[in-house]
Design a protein around this ligand. Structure first.
Ligand code: FAD
Length: 475
Protein backbone atom coordinates (compact mmCIF):
# COMPACT_ATOMS: atom_id res chain seq x y z
CA UNK A 1 0.00 0.00 0.00
CA UNK A 2 3.08 2.23 0.34
CA UNK A 3 3.33 2.17 -3.48
CA UNK A 4 -0.26 3.29 -3.86
CA UNK A 5 0.46 6.15 -1.41
CA UNK A 6 3.32 7.24 -3.66
CA UNK A 7 1.06 6.94 -6.68
CA UNK A 8 -1.61 9.14 -5.07
CA UNK A 9 1.04 11.72 -4.13
CA UNK A 10 2.30 11.78 -7.71
CA UNK A 11 -1.28 12.03 -8.97
CA UNK A 12 -2.09 15.02 -6.79
CA UNK A 13 1.11 16.75 -7.91
CA UNK A 14 0.47 16.15 -11.61
CA UNK A 15 -3.27 16.74 -12.04
CA UNK A 16 -6.01 19.16 -10.95
CA UNK A 17 -8.48 17.85 -8.30
CA UNK A 18 -11.22 17.50 -10.96
CA UNK A 19 -9.10 14.84 -12.68
CA UNK A 20 -9.09 12.17 -9.98
CA UNK A 21 -10.97 10.66 -7.06
CA UNK A 22 -8.88 9.08 -4.31
CA UNK A 23 -11.30 9.02 -1.34
CA UNK A 24 -12.76 5.58 -0.50
CA UNK A 25 -16.44 6.64 -0.38
CA UNK A 26 -16.33 8.70 -3.58
CA UNK A 27 -14.56 5.86 -5.43
CA UNK A 28 -17.05 3.16 -4.48
CA UNK A 29 -19.70 3.68 -7.14
CA UNK A 30 -17.02 3.26 -9.83
CA UNK A 31 -15.79 -0.02 -8.34
CA UNK A 32 -19.04 -2.00 -8.50
CA UNK A 33 -20.35 -3.47 -11.76
CA UNK A 34 -23.90 -2.83 -13.03
CA UNK A 35 -25.13 -6.22 -11.88
CA UNK A 36 -23.66 -5.75 -8.41
CA UNK A 37 -21.65 -8.98 -8.64
CA UNK A 38 -18.11 -7.58 -8.49
CA UNK A 39 -16.88 -5.06 -5.96
CA UNK A 40 -13.09 -4.59 -5.97
CA UNK A 41 -11.18 -1.52 -4.81
CA UNK A 42 -9.20 0.65 -7.21
CA UNK A 43 -6.19 2.69 -6.10
CA UNK A 44 -7.87 5.75 -7.62
CA UNK A 45 -10.44 6.78 -10.21
CA UNK A 46 -8.90 9.01 -12.87
CA UNK A 47 -11.14 11.42 -14.78
CA UNK A 48 -9.14 12.84 -17.69
CA UNK A 49 -10.43 15.91 -19.52
CA UNK A 50 -8.47 15.47 -22.74
CA UNK A 51 -6.59 12.92 -24.84
CA UNK A 52 -3.26 14.43 -23.74
CA UNK A 53 -4.33 14.00 -20.11
CA UNK A 54 -5.24 10.33 -20.75
CA UNK A 55 -1.73 9.83 -22.17
CA UNK A 56 -0.10 11.49 -19.13
CA UNK A 57 -2.19 9.37 -16.77
CA UNK A 58 -1.27 6.15 -18.59
CA UNK A 59 2.42 7.08 -18.31
CA UNK A 60 2.06 7.82 -14.60
CA UNK A 61 0.33 4.48 -14.04
CA UNK A 62 3.17 2.73 -15.89
CA UNK A 63 5.84 4.44 -13.79
CA UNK A 64 4.11 3.22 -10.62
CA UNK A 65 3.21 -0.26 -11.96
CA UNK A 66 -0.46 0.47 -11.46
CA UNK A 67 -2.62 -1.37 -13.99
CA UNK A 68 -5.47 0.43 -15.75
CA UNK A 69 -9.17 -0.37 -16.01
CA UNK A 70 -10.78 1.68 -18.81
CA UNK A 71 -14.31 2.65 -17.89
CA UNK A 72 -17.25 4.22 -19.72
CA UNK A 73 -20.83 4.36 -18.46
CA UNK A 74 -20.34 1.13 -16.43
CA UNK A 75 -23.42 -0.52 -17.95
CA UNK A 76 -21.48 -3.53 -19.25
CA UNK A 77 -23.00 -6.83 -18.14
CA UNK A 78 -19.79 -8.90 -17.84
CA UNK A 79 -17.87 -6.78 -15.28
CA UNK A 80 -15.25 -5.63 -17.78
CA UNK A 81 -15.09 -2.05 -16.49
CA UNK A 82 -14.33 -2.74 -12.83
CA UNK A 83 -11.11 -4.00 -11.17
CA UNK A 84 -10.17 -7.63 -10.57
CA UNK A 85 -8.79 -9.01 -7.35
CA UNK A 86 -5.08 -9.07 -6.62
CA UNK A 87 -3.34 -6.22 -8.44
CA UNK A 88 -3.18 -2.43 -7.90
CA UNK A 89 -5.39 -0.87 -10.55
CA UNK A 90 -6.58 2.63 -11.37
CA UNK A 91 -9.87 3.15 -13.16
CA UNK A 92 -9.68 5.63 -16.04
CA UNK A 93 -13.23 6.84 -16.60
CA UNK A 94 -13.63 9.08 -19.66
CA UNK A 95 -16.92 10.75 -18.67
CA UNK A 96 -15.39 14.27 -18.72
CA UNK A 97 -14.40 13.73 -22.35
CA UNK A 98 -17.91 14.35 -23.62
CA UNK A 99 -17.59 16.76 -26.52
CA UNK A 100 -19.01 16.24 -29.97
CA UNK A 101 -16.09 17.69 -31.90
CA UNK A 102 -17.73 18.07 -35.30
CA UNK A 103 -20.66 16.90 -37.39
CA UNK A 104 -20.54 16.76 -41.19
CA UNK A 105 -24.02 16.36 -42.75
CA UNK A 106 -22.57 16.02 -46.26
CA UNK A 107 -20.03 13.35 -45.40
CA UNK A 108 -22.62 11.93 -42.96
CA UNK A 109 -20.12 11.60 -40.12
CA UNK A 110 -19.66 12.85 -36.57
CA UNK A 111 -16.42 13.02 -34.62
CA UNK A 112 -16.87 12.78 -30.89
CA UNK A 113 -15.00 12.06 -27.67
CA UNK A 114 -15.48 8.65 -26.16
CA UNK A 115 -17.27 9.88 -23.02
CA UNK A 116 -20.29 11.17 -24.97
CA UNK A 117 -23.39 9.39 -23.68
CA UNK A 118 -25.01 7.35 -26.47
CA UNK A 119 -28.33 9.18 -26.19
CA UNK A 120 -26.56 12.56 -26.50
CA UNK A 121 -24.89 11.30 -29.69
CA UNK A 122 -28.27 10.12 -31.03
CA UNK A 123 -29.82 13.53 -30.23
CA UNK A 124 -26.95 15.36 -31.94
CA UNK A 125 -27.46 13.28 -35.08
CA UNK A 126 -31.24 13.84 -34.94
CA UNK A 127 -30.72 17.60 -34.67
CA UNK A 128 -29.31 17.57 -38.21
CA UNK A 129 -31.89 15.04 -39.41
CA UNK A 130 -29.53 12.08 -39.30
CA UNK A 131 -29.57 8.76 -37.47
CA UNK A 132 -26.88 7.53 -35.09
CA UNK A 133 -27.40 3.87 -35.93
CA UNK A 134 -27.12 2.23 -32.51
CA UNK A 135 -29.86 1.92 -29.92
CA UNK A 136 -30.03 -0.06 -26.70
CA UNK A 137 -31.83 0.05 -23.38
CA UNK A 138 -28.79 1.49 -21.56
CA UNK A 139 -28.41 4.38 -24.04
CA UNK A 140 -29.11 7.01 -21.36
CA UNK A 141 -25.97 5.92 -19.48
CA UNK A 142 -23.52 4.04 -21.72
CA UNK A 143 -20.79 5.94 -23.54
CA UNK A 144 -19.94 5.92 -27.22
CA UNK A 145 -16.44 4.68 -26.24
CA UNK A 146 -17.93 1.84 -24.19
CA UNK A 147 -20.17 0.76 -27.06
CA UNK A 148 -17.12 0.69 -29.35
CA UNK A 149 -15.00 -1.20 -26.82
CA UNK A 150 -17.74 -3.84 -26.52
CA UNK A 151 -18.92 -3.73 -30.15
CA UNK A 152 -22.45 -3.29 -28.80
CA UNK A 153 -25.33 -4.69 -30.85
CA UNK A 154 -28.65 -3.42 -29.55
CA UNK A 155 -32.15 -3.40 -30.93
CA UNK A 156 -31.46 -2.19 -34.47
CA UNK A 157 -28.44 -4.34 -35.36
CA UNK A 158 -30.82 -6.35 -37.55
CA UNK A 159 -30.88 -3.51 -40.07
CA UNK A 160 -27.87 -1.28 -39.32
CA UNK A 161 -25.32 -3.73 -37.90
CA UNK A 162 -23.43 -3.60 -34.60
CA UNK A 163 -21.14 -0.78 -33.47
CA UNK A 164 -18.27 -2.15 -35.60
CA UNK A 165 -20.22 -1.17 -38.72
CA UNK A 166 -20.65 2.42 -37.50
CA UNK A 167 -17.00 3.26 -36.71
CA UNK A 168 -14.95 4.93 -39.44
CA UNK A 169 -12.04 6.13 -37.33
CA UNK A 170 -10.59 6.01 -33.82
CA UNK A 171 -8.20 7.86 -31.55
CA UNK A 172 -6.60 5.64 -28.93
CA UNK A 173 -4.07 6.05 -26.12
CA UNK A 174 -1.89 2.94 -26.18
CA UNK A 175 -0.57 1.10 -23.09
CA UNK A 176 2.80 2.90 -23.40
CA UNK A 177 1.12 6.32 -23.45
CA UNK A 178 1.49 6.99 -27.18
CA UNK A 179 -1.50 8.48 -28.96
CA UNK A 180 -2.67 6.81 -32.18
CA UNK A 181 -4.69 9.24 -34.27
CA UNK A 182 -6.71 7.13 -36.66
CA UNK A 183 -9.63 9.56 -36.86
CA UNK A 184 -10.37 9.06 -40.54
CA UNK A 185 -13.86 9.68 -41.90
CA UNK A 186 -13.55 7.56 -45.04
CA UNK A 187 -15.68 4.75 -46.43
CA UNK A 188 -12.69 3.27 -48.23
CA UNK A 189 -9.06 2.95 -47.19
CA UNK A 190 -6.84 -0.08 -47.75
CA UNK A 191 -3.45 0.49 -46.15
CA UNK A 192 -2.72 -3.05 -45.06
CA UNK A 193 -4.19 -3.87 -41.66
CA UNK A 194 -7.31 -1.98 -40.64
CA UNK A 195 -6.04 -1.19 -37.15
CA UNK A 196 -9.25 0.27 -35.78
CA UNK A 197 -10.81 -3.20 -35.95
CA UNK A 198 -8.32 -4.34 -33.31
CA UNK A 199 -9.74 -1.91 -30.77
CA UNK A 200 -13.44 -2.33 -31.60
CA UNK A 201 -14.81 -5.04 -29.32
CA UNK A 202 -11.47 -5.50 -27.53
CA UNK A 203 -12.94 -4.45 -24.15
CA UNK A 204 -10.09 -2.13 -23.20
CA UNK A 205 -7.33 -4.73 -23.68
CA UNK A 206 -5.18 -2.64 -26.03
CA UNK A 207 -5.68 0.96 -24.97
CA UNK A 208 -8.13 3.68 -24.11
CA UNK A 209 -10.40 4.88 -26.89
CA UNK A 210 -10.51 8.67 -26.56
CA UNK A 211 -12.48 9.67 -29.68
CA UNK A 212 -14.20 8.20 -32.72
CA UNK A 213 -15.59 9.11 -36.10
CA UNK A 214 -19.01 7.57 -36.54
CA UNK A 215 -21.00 7.16 -39.74
CA UNK A 216 -24.47 8.70 -39.72
CA UNK A 217 -27.43 7.46 -41.75
CA UNK A 218 -30.55 9.13 -43.12
CA UNK A 219 -33.16 9.37 -40.36
CA UNK A 220 -36.37 7.40 -40.90
CA UNK A 221 -39.37 9.72 -41.28
CA UNK A 222 -41.98 7.13 -40.35
CA UNK A 223 -42.01 4.13 -38.06
CA UNK A 224 -44.61 1.49 -37.36
CA UNK A 225 -44.31 -0.48 -34.14
CA UNK A 226 -46.30 -3.63 -33.44
CA UNK A 227 -46.48 -6.20 -30.67
CA UNK A 228 -47.61 -9.71 -31.65
CA UNK A 229 -48.72 -12.27 -29.09
CA UNK A 230 -47.74 -15.85 -29.95
CA UNK A 231 -47.92 -19.23 -28.27
CA UNK A 232 -44.47 -20.56 -29.18
CA UNK A 233 -40.98 -19.59 -30.30
CA UNK A 234 -41.73 -21.33 -33.60
CA UNK A 235 -44.63 -18.94 -34.26
CA UNK A 236 -42.47 -16.01 -33.14
CA UNK A 237 -39.89 -16.98 -35.75
CA UNK A 238 -42.56 -17.47 -38.42
CA UNK A 239 -43.89 -13.97 -37.67
CA UNK A 240 -40.40 -12.52 -38.08
CA UNK A 241 -39.77 -14.41 -41.34
CA UNK A 242 -43.00 -13.25 -42.97
CA UNK A 243 -42.57 -9.59 -41.99
CA UNK A 244 -38.88 -9.68 -42.95
CA UNK A 245 -39.68 -11.18 -46.35
CA UNK A 246 -42.07 -8.32 -46.96
CA UNK A 247 -40.07 -5.41 -45.53
CA UNK A 248 -36.42 -6.41 -45.98
CA UNK A 249 -34.06 -3.95 -44.31
CA UNK A 250 -37.02 -1.63 -43.48
CA UNK A 251 -37.69 -4.05 -40.62
CA UNK A 252 -35.26 -2.39 -38.21
CA UNK A 253 -36.10 -4.31 -35.01
CA UNK A 254 -37.50 -7.71 -34.11
CA UNK A 255 -37.40 -8.45 -30.40
CA UNK A 256 -38.63 -11.48 -28.47
CA UNK A 257 -39.74 -11.89 -24.87
CA UNK A 258 -41.94 -14.22 -22.86
CA UNK A 259 -44.59 -13.92 -20.19
CA UNK A 260 -41.82 -14.32 -17.57
CA UNK A 261 -40.06 -11.15 -18.74
CA UNK A 262 -43.32 -9.26 -19.21
CA UNK A 263 -44.50 -10.25 -15.73
CA UNK A 264 -41.38 -8.74 -14.13
CA UNK A 265 -41.69 -5.53 -16.16
CA UNK A 266 -45.33 -5.12 -15.14
CA UNK A 267 -44.35 -5.67 -11.51
CA UNK A 268 -41.25 -3.49 -11.31
CA UNK A 269 -41.36 -0.81 -14.02
CA UNK A 270 -43.58 2.15 -13.12
CA UNK A 271 -46.12 2.99 -15.85
CA UNK A 272 -45.71 -0.34 -17.67
CA UNK A 273 -49.16 -1.52 -18.79
CA UNK A 274 -50.32 -4.98 -19.90
CA UNK A 275 -50.50 -4.91 -23.71
CA UNK A 276 -53.36 -7.43 -23.98
CA UNK A 277 -56.32 -8.49 -21.81
CA UNK A 278 -55.02 -12.06 -21.81
CA UNK A 279 -51.54 -13.34 -21.08
CA UNK A 280 -49.66 -15.22 -23.83
CA UNK A 281 -46.57 -17.38 -23.81
CA UNK A 282 -44.39 -15.10 -25.90
CA UNK A 283 -44.32 -11.75 -27.67
CA UNK A 284 -42.62 -10.35 -30.75
CA UNK A 285 -41.99 -6.62 -30.99
CA UNK A 286 -41.52 -5.48 -34.57
CA UNK A 287 -40.56 -2.05 -35.83
CA UNK A 288 -40.63 -1.04 -39.49
CA UNK A 289 -39.17 2.27 -40.68
CA UNK A 290 -39.27 4.26 -43.87
CA UNK A 291 -37.35 7.27 -45.18
CA UNK A 292 -40.52 8.32 -46.99
CA UNK A 293 -42.59 10.55 -44.73
CA UNK A 294 -45.75 9.93 -46.77
CA UNK A 295 -45.47 6.12 -46.69
CA UNK A 296 -48.52 4.29 -45.36
CA UNK A 297 -46.66 1.51 -43.59
CA UNK A 298 -49.72 -0.09 -42.05
CA UNK A 299 -51.56 -0.50 -45.38
CA UNK A 300 -48.51 -2.21 -46.83
CA UNK A 301 -48.32 -4.63 -43.91
CA UNK A 302 -52.00 -5.26 -43.28
CA UNK A 303 -52.48 -8.22 -45.65
CA UNK A 304 -49.52 -10.04 -44.06
CA UNK A 305 -50.73 -9.30 -40.53
CA UNK A 306 -54.22 -10.53 -41.41
CA UNK A 307 -52.82 -13.81 -42.72
CA UNK A 308 -50.71 -14.24 -39.58
CA UNK A 309 -53.83 -13.74 -37.45
CA UNK A 310 -56.12 -15.91 -39.59
CA UNK A 311 -53.61 -18.77 -39.60
CA UNK A 312 -53.34 -18.38 -35.80
CA UNK A 313 -49.63 -17.91 -35.98
CA UNK A 314 -50.27 -14.65 -34.14
CA UNK A 315 -53.03 -14.75 -31.53
CA UNK A 316 -53.40 -11.03 -30.97
CA UNK A 317 -51.64 -7.89 -32.04
CA UNK A 318 -51.39 -4.22 -31.08
CA UNK A 319 -50.14 -1.54 -33.42
CA UNK A 320 -48.89 1.67 -31.82
CA UNK A 321 -51.10 4.60 -32.85
CA UNK A 322 -48.93 7.35 -31.36
CA UNK A 323 -45.36 7.99 -30.19
CA UNK A 324 -46.53 7.47 -26.58
CA UNK A 325 -47.95 4.06 -27.47
CA UNK A 326 -44.77 3.19 -29.33
CA UNK A 327 -42.68 4.04 -26.27
CA UNK A 328 -45.04 2.03 -24.04
CA UNK A 329 -44.53 -1.04 -26.21
CA UNK A 330 -40.76 -0.56 -26.13
CA UNK A 331 -40.84 -0.25 -22.32
CA UNK A 332 -42.19 -3.80 -22.16
CA UNK A 333 -39.07 -5.08 -23.92
CA UNK A 334 -36.41 -2.62 -22.79
CA UNK A 335 -37.51 -2.68 -19.16
CA UNK A 336 -36.68 -6.39 -18.81
CA UNK A 337 -33.03 -6.05 -17.64
CA UNK A 338 -33.88 -3.42 -15.01
CA UNK A 339 -36.98 -5.35 -13.88
CA UNK A 340 -35.00 -8.56 -13.57
CA UNK A 341 -32.39 -6.75 -11.46
CA UNK A 342 -35.14 -5.35 -9.21
CA UNK A 343 -36.52 -8.88 -8.97
CA UNK A 344 -33.26 -10.18 -7.47
CA UNK A 345 -31.09 -10.81 -10.55
CA UNK A 346 -30.31 -13.86 -12.62
CA UNK A 347 -27.57 -16.09 -13.96
CA UNK A 348 -27.23 -14.47 -17.38
CA UNK A 349 -26.23 -15.78 -20.78
CA UNK A 350 -25.85 -14.03 -24.11
CA UNK A 351 -26.01 -16.60 -26.88
CA UNK A 352 -26.52 -16.27 -30.64
CA UNK A 353 -27.61 -19.02 -33.01
CA UNK A 354 -28.61 -19.17 -36.68
CA UNK A 355 -32.16 -17.86 -36.53
CA UNK A 356 -33.60 -21.03 -38.06
CA UNK A 357 -32.41 -22.89 -34.93
CA UNK A 358 -34.06 -20.55 -32.40
CA UNK A 359 -37.17 -22.67 -31.66
CA UNK A 360 -35.09 -25.85 -31.15
CA UNK A 361 -32.61 -24.06 -28.95
CA UNK A 362 -35.29 -22.44 -26.77
CA UNK A 363 -37.07 -25.77 -26.45
CA UNK A 364 -33.87 -27.58 -25.46
CA UNK A 365 -32.93 -24.92 -22.90
CA UNK A 366 -36.42 -25.00 -21.38
CA UNK A 367 -36.31 -28.80 -21.07
CA UNK A 368 -32.73 -29.32 -19.93
CA UNK A 369 -32.16 -26.45 -17.52
CA UNK A 370 -35.12 -27.32 -15.29
CA UNK A 371 -33.54 -30.74 -14.88
CA UNK A 372 -30.35 -29.17 -13.52
CA UNK A 373 -32.15 -26.49 -11.47
CA UNK A 374 -35.65 -27.79 -10.62
CA UNK A 375 -38.06 -24.96 -9.91
CA UNK A 376 -36.02 -22.25 -11.61
CA UNK A 377 -37.59 -19.59 -13.83
CA UNK A 378 -36.10 -19.14 -17.29
CA UNK A 379 -36.37 -15.67 -18.75
CA UNK A 380 -35.45 -15.76 -22.44
CA UNK A 381 -35.55 -12.50 -24.37
CA UNK A 382 -33.56 -10.64 -26.94
CA UNK A 383 -32.90 -9.78 -30.51
CA UNK A 384 -34.80 -12.53 -32.36
CA UNK A 385 -34.11 -10.98 -35.76
CA UNK A 386 -30.35 -11.43 -35.44
CA UNK A 387 -30.43 -14.69 -33.50
CA UNK A 388 -29.22 -13.19 -30.20
CA UNK A 389 -31.01 -14.48 -27.11
CA UNK A 390 -30.43 -13.59 -23.49
CA UNK A 391 -31.04 -16.73 -21.48
CA UNK A 392 -31.40 -15.69 -17.86
CA UNK A 393 -32.02 -18.23 -15.13
CA UNK A 394 -33.60 -17.15 -11.87
CA UNK A 395 -33.37 -19.34 -8.77
CA UNK A 396 -36.37 -21.25 -7.42
CA UNK A 397 -38.50 -19.19 -5.04
CA UNK A 398 -36.88 -19.06 -1.60
CA UNK A 399 -33.40 -19.81 -2.97
CA UNK A 400 -30.74 -17.10 -3.04
CA UNK A 401 -29.14 -16.12 -6.33
CA UNK A 402 -25.73 -16.79 -4.74
CA UNK A 403 -26.75 -20.43 -4.30
CA UNK A 404 -27.56 -20.67 -8.01
CA UNK A 405 -24.21 -19.03 -8.76
CA UNK A 406 -22.39 -21.62 -6.66
CA UNK A 407 -23.40 -24.26 -9.21
CA UNK A 408 -23.58 -21.74 -12.03
CA UNK A 409 -20.76 -23.24 -14.08
CA UNK A 410 -22.65 -26.46 -14.83
CA UNK A 411 -25.80 -24.52 -15.78
CA UNK A 412 -23.82 -22.08 -17.91
CA UNK A 413 -21.89 -24.86 -19.60
CA UNK A 414 -25.15 -26.53 -20.58
CA UNK A 415 -26.73 -23.36 -21.99
CA UNK A 416 -23.57 -22.51 -23.91
CA UNK A 417 -23.18 -26.06 -25.25
CA UNK A 418 -26.76 -26.02 -26.55
CA UNK A 419 -25.98 -22.80 -28.45
CA UNK A 420 -22.67 -24.07 -29.80
CA UNK A 421 -24.13 -27.42 -30.86
CA UNK A 422 -26.71 -25.45 -32.87
CA UNK A 423 -23.91 -23.64 -34.72
CA UNK A 424 -24.00 -20.62 -32.42
CA UNK A 425 -21.86 -18.79 -29.90
CA UNK A 426 -21.85 -18.33 -26.13
CA UNK A 427 -21.10 -14.60 -26.46
CA UNK A 428 -23.13 -12.50 -28.89
CA UNK A 429 -22.95 -8.85 -27.85
CA UNK A 430 -22.02 -8.32 -24.20
CA UNK A 431 -18.44 -9.56 -24.52
CA UNK A 432 -16.22 -11.52 -22.13
CA UNK A 433 -15.17 -9.08 -19.36
CA UNK A 434 -14.25 -11.01 -16.24
CA UNK A 435 -17.45 -13.05 -16.00
CA UNK A 436 -17.04 -15.05 -19.24
CA UNK A 437 -13.29 -15.74 -19.19
CA UNK A 438 -13.90 -19.36 -18.17
CA UNK A 439 -16.38 -19.79 -21.02
CA UNK A 440 -13.93 -18.41 -23.58
CA UNK A 441 -11.24 -20.75 -22.26
CA UNK A 442 -13.64 -23.69 -22.39
CA UNK A 443 -14.99 -23.13 -25.90
CA UNK A 444 -12.04 -21.54 -27.74
CA UNK A 445 -9.09 -23.16 -26.00
CA UNK A 446 -6.77 -23.55 -28.97
CA UNK A 447 -5.57 -21.36 -31.81
CA UNK A 448 -8.03 -18.50 -31.25
CA UNK A 449 -7.04 -17.96 -27.64
CA UNK A 450 -3.31 -18.31 -28.45
CA UNK A 451 -3.63 -15.68 -31.17
CA UNK A 452 -5.44 -13.32 -28.81
CA UNK A 453 -2.67 -13.77 -26.20
CA UNK A 454 0.04 -13.19 -28.79
CA UNK A 455 -1.55 -9.91 -29.91
CA UNK A 456 -2.11 -8.82 -26.30
CA UNK A 457 1.56 -9.45 -25.46
CA UNK A 458 2.75 -7.55 -28.53
CA UNK A 459 0.74 -4.43 -27.72
CA UNK A 460 0.76 -4.58 -23.93
CA UNK A 461 3.73 -6.72 -22.81
CA UNK A 462 3.30 -5.91 -19.10
CA UNK A 463 -0.45 -6.60 -19.19
CA UNK A 464 -1.19 -3.06 -17.97
CA UNK A 465 -4.56 -2.64 -19.67
CA UNK A 466 -7.58 -4.28 -18.12
CA UNK A 467 -5.81 -7.31 -16.60
CA UNK A 468 -7.95 -10.39 -15.96
CA UNK A 469 -10.43 -9.48 -18.69
CA UNK A 470 -10.97 -11.59 -21.83
CA UNK A 471 -7.54 -13.30 -21.90
CA UNK A 472 -5.67 -14.19 -18.73
CA UNK A 473 -1.92 -13.59 -18.33
CA UNK A 474 -0.20 -16.91 -19.03
CA UNK A 475 2.71 -16.30 -16.68
P1 FAD B 1 -18.53 0.06 -19.65
O1 FAD B 1 -19.49 -0.87 -19.03
O2 FAD B 1 -18.02 1.16 -18.80
O3 FAD B 1 -17.29 -0.77 -20.22
C1 FAD B 1 -17.49 -1.92 -21.00
C2 FAD B 1 -16.14 -2.46 -21.48
O4 FAD B 1 -15.53 -1.54 -22.36
C3 FAD B 1 -15.13 -2.66 -20.35
O5 FAD B 1 -14.32 -3.76 -20.68
C4 FAD B 1 -14.31 -1.40 -20.37
O6 FAD B 1 -12.99 -1.62 -19.87
C5 FAD B 1 -14.29 -1.06 -21.84
N1 FAD B 1 -14.27 0.38 -22.11
C6 FAD B 1 -15.21 1.30 -21.77
N2 FAD B 1 -14.87 2.52 -22.23
C7 FAD B 1 -13.68 2.36 -22.88
C8 FAD B 1 -12.81 3.24 -23.58
N3 FAD B 1 -13.10 4.54 -23.71
N4 FAD B 1 -11.68 2.72 -24.12
C9 FAD B 1 -11.38 1.41 -24.01
N5 FAD B 1 -12.16 0.55 -23.35
C10 FAD B 1 -13.30 1.01 -22.80
N6 FAD B 1 -25.29 -4.36 -24.92
C11 FAD B 1 -25.55 -4.63 -26.22
O7 FAD B 1 -24.62 -4.90 -26.99
N7 FAD B 1 -26.84 -4.63 -26.69
C12 FAD B 1 -27.90 -4.34 -25.89
O8 FAD B 1 -29.03 -4.36 -26.35
C13 FAD B 1 -27.64 -4.03 -24.53
N8 FAD B 1 -28.65 -3.71 -23.71
C14 FAD B 1 -28.37 -3.40 -22.41
C15 FAD B 1 -29.43 -3.04 -21.57
C16 FAD B 1 -29.19 -2.70 -20.25
C17 FAD B 1 -30.34 -2.30 -19.37
C18 FAD B 1 -27.86 -2.73 -19.75
C19 FAD B 1 -27.57 -2.35 -18.33
C20 FAD B 1 -26.82 -3.09 -20.58
C21 FAD B 1 -27.05 -3.42 -21.91
N9 FAD B 1 -26.01 -3.78 -22.77
C22 FAD B 1 -26.28 -4.06 -24.08
C23 FAD B 1 -24.64 -3.85 -22.27
C24 FAD B 1 -23.92 -2.48 -22.25
O9 FAD B 1 -24.80 -1.42 -22.22
C25 FAD B 1 -23.04 -2.32 -23.44
O10 FAD B 1 -22.03 -3.31 -23.37
C26 FAD B 1 -22.36 -0.96 -23.56
O11 FAD B 1 -21.72 -0.94 -24.81
C27 FAD B 1 -21.33 -0.66 -22.49
O12 FAD B 1 -20.97 0.72 -22.58
P2 FAD B 1 -20.40 1.49 -21.29
O13 FAD B 1 -20.02 2.86 -21.71
O14 FAD B 1 -21.35 1.38 -20.17
O15 FAD B 1 -19.09 0.64 -21.02
Amino acid sequence: MQESGEFINALTRAFAPAAYIAGDDERRPFEIDWRGLIDQPAVAVLLPGSTAEVADMVKLCREHSVAIVPQGGRTGLVAGAVPIEGRPQAIINVRRMNKIRSVDPINNTAEMESGVVLQTAQDAAASIDRLFPLSLAAEGSCHVGGTIATNAGGVQALSYGSMRQQVLGLEVVLPDGRIWNGLRSLRKENIGLDLKQLFIGSEGLFGIITAATIRLLPRPKKTLTMLAAVESAEFALETFVRVKNLCGSDLISCEYFTSNGLGMVLEHVPDAKPPFKESFRAYVLLEVASLDGSADLLSGLEPTLEVLLSEEIVHDMVVAQSEDQRLSLWTLREGISEAEKANGGALKHDIAVPISRIPDVIDKIDREIVQIVPGCTINIFGHLGDGNLHVNIMPPKGTALSELYSRGRSVTSRVERIAIEAGGTFSAEHGIGQLRVASLEQHHATVELELMRTIKKAIDPTWMMNPGKVVRHDG
